[in-house]
Write a protein that binds this ligand. Structure first.
Ligand code: ZN
Length: 93
């Protein structure tokens, strides 16, 4: 069995080496040693302050839950179609 894949490997929490602005809102300051969310995209990295990170991750959780629900619905529909004999789907109800 192949190892389960994760789409979240590019997200990490780390500590700022020096103080800098949040990359979503330059009014948000991340102080040296403060925690931040690091997002790696290829060779690019972005860093977000904790409140922004929580907001984005909560939005992503909601999106992931709706994707899972949609995929489960598709799976259930497909399984139902495969289980029913071909005549059953065309039979009058
Ligand atoms: Zn921020």
């Amino acid at each position: 069995m192949p190892k389960p894949k994760s789409f979240l490997r590019r997200l990490q929490i780390d500590h700022a080496q020096r103080s800098h602005n949040c990359q979503h809102n330059s009014a948000h300051r991340i102080r040296q040693g403060g925690q931040r969310l690091k997002v790696t995209d290829g060779r690019d990295q972005e860093h977000f302050c904790v409140p922004c990170a929580i907001q984005f991750l909560e939005g992503d959780v909601a999106k992931l839950q709706s994707l899972i629900a949609a995929l489960k619905a598709a799976q259930t529909t497909r399984l139902a179609e495969e289980v029913l004999p071909p005549s059953a789907s065309t039979a009058p109800v």
